[in-house]
Design a protein around this ligand. Sequence first.
Ligand SMILES: [Zn+2]
Length: 247
Amino acid sequence: MIYKIIRSIIDTINATPRQIIILALVWFFLSTSCGMMGLYSSTNFFNAIMLFFLGVAVILAVFGLAKLATWNNRGLRMTLPDGRIVVNLEHTLDVQEQDRVLLGVREQKRTFAIQYILVTPPAAGSQLVPITCSTCQRETVLRVASPQKRQEMRWRFVIFSTLGIAITIALELGVGLITNGKSDTSPISYVHFVSLLLLFISIIGFARLINYVGVTQPQVLFGHKVSHPRRVDLEKFCVPANAQVQR
Ligand SMILES: [Zn+2]
């Protein structure tokens, strides 16, 4: 148990800024859903749990944003200066279950071959770009959006998610006003589930906003995964800001 907690903390520290911010959203959802279930008003115990979730969410968000700023400063961006976008195509080689006898845990270890895919966004709309896995030669396609289309999609995620959260808050306030804060016994308490669902969908919308770089995978190719580049991957494409041109 302790090993697993430490392991996941190490994984989080090593994760990409986007993954960390998404994790912060998950903890934020856990925190807010406590309140919505009417838990935080009932006892101090749930209040403490809620604050704990919220605390973790804030720490993760600050850490993720700081990391994103550092990466951007060092030129570690998924969008290269010439407008091309880098994504990783992972070809799964092996998935192994590993027993760590001394620690008494079982870990899954996945090994994969990484291929860098550089895509050029089209001038308008979106385009299907065929790609071939260099390990197994199988083909798949990526959908690449133009910069304008990407911006449109981002706005769509922002508007729908913000609207979802606004409705959630309105529903919760409404229930609070009607029942005078004692919604536990009233049939109107089912509204909590509706607002919980809305909140969940809205948070998924924000997570998609953070994850969206204009490249999506319309088809699933078994044993393959399109992922965001890690730090080591981006360093291969990044030109340090202080690099001097040799003449
Ligand atoms: Zn492959």
